[in-house]
Design a protein around this ligand. Structure first.
Ligand code: NCD
Ligand code: ZN
Length: 346
């Protein structure tokens, strides 16, 4: 008998949909599986105002068929000059769901990010007052800190103090990669949660160096040691409402990945739910997939649960080596490898 699993339709609480031709190429993959997604604002130039977020939301909807049923949830890219009034007005108007803190120069298109959290304290206080979530890329940018330690040092230097100063601010620690992050989130109040990507559940840092350098396994925050991957798997499958699905799908054209200075980002949107299902199956926790994928996120954001369902079926398939779509060649996560579950009814 074939194994099947039917769950509420999931949401993706962290995705890069890009813009222009790339947006057209990648948005359908996300909309096929997810009802809603938190859309990252690191475009060039970044989405820093309610007006630019509203315009971007229109472009996302225009890239999808009219009956996609998909809802993009927009975010504001915080800069040193972030405007608390515009952010609060945009939130009240339903344009901004959350705001994103990129430490300046931490990752792709973060040059306009925040140079010191002290500069945006009035904005963060306002967000605390109105219950608007802060999404954090949690890595220090100090070049003297080993790249594998930048998340743990960010917790010590920035995050602990921030939560102490603003104890009621809703914070999502994005794409966590370390056991230190798991410990921090577990020990914090219910207003602190985290997203976990499929790739950080599947790979450790060896994946970047298996038989040679492997640019498609490079993302930020960079994958860490095996002990961290195991801590993430435990957290994701624990049933704790503090952890939810956020793919951090971050497509880059193949030439930008395969370069002397290749871009950070793993494109996992095409088979994201299948990728998570494999992890939960391996951990004997398929009964907890729905909580992680479809319940904890909306609960944290104070949004209704999706009412329709998605069905997965056991039975392996091979992920394509690459996807040629809309003039782009993109290499998906798990390229040329097998995944044990597939969506039968999206
Ligand atoms: C993201 C991108 O390419 O926009 N890259 C990545 O490796 N995750 C940026 C980010 O989320 O850090
Ligand atoms: Zn991201």
């Amino acid at each position: 008998m074939t194994d099947t699993l039917t769950i509420r339709r999931p949401d993706d609480w962290h995705v890069h949909l890009r813009d222009g031709a790339m947006l057209e190429a990648v948005a359908p993959f996300t909309a096929r599986q997810f009802a809603r997604a938190i859309i990252m604002p690191n475009l060039s130039p970044p989405v820093t105002s309610a007006a630019s977020a509203a315009a971007y939301r229109e472009r996302i909807m225009a890239a999808l068929p009219d009956d996609s049923g998909f809802t993009p949830l927009m975010t504001c890219y915080l800069t040193d000059d972030a405007d608390a009034d515009d952010i609060a007005t945009g939130h009240a108007a339903g344009i901004f769901t959350a705001a994103k803190l990129y430490p300046a120069n931490a990752t792709t298109n973060s040059a306009h990010g925040v140079t010191d959290v002290a500069h945006i304290m009035p904005v963060l206080e306002r967000m605390q007052d109105i219950g608007m979530p802060l999404l954090v890329h949690g890595e220090v940018t100090d070049g003297s800190i080993d790249i594998f330690d930048r998340e743990a040092v960010f917790i010590e230097r920035i995050l602990e103090k921030l939560i102490e100063t603003l104890p009621d601010l809703k914070v999502v620690f994005e794409h966590i990669t370390t056991e230190q992050a798991v410990r921090f989130v577990d020990g914090a109040g219910p207003n602190v949660a985290a997203t976990i990507t499929p790739h950080h559940l599947h790979i450790n840092r060896n994946a970047m160096f298996t038989g040679g350098i492997r640019p498609h396994a490079y993302c930020l925050p960079v994958a860490k040691r095996e002990l961290h991957r195991l801590a993430l798997r435990k957290a994701a499958t624990s049933g704790s409402a503090k952890y939810f699905l956020g793919t951090d799908s971050a497509p880059h054209e193949i030439h930008a990945k395969l370069s002397a200075c290749g871009c950070a980002g793993i494109f996992n949107a095409p088979y994201a739910l299948e990728s998570y299902a494999a992890v939960f199956d391996e951990e004997g926790a398929l009964d907890r997939l729905e909580g992680f994928a479809s319940v904890h996120g909306p609960q944290f954001y104070g949004l209704p649960l999706n009412e329709d369902r998605v069905t997965l079926e056991g039975g392996s398939f091979t992920v394509p080596e690459s996807l040629n779509t809309g003039g782009s060649t993109l290499v998906p996560f798990h390229a040329d490898s097998e995944l044990a579950w597939h969506i039968v009814q999206a």
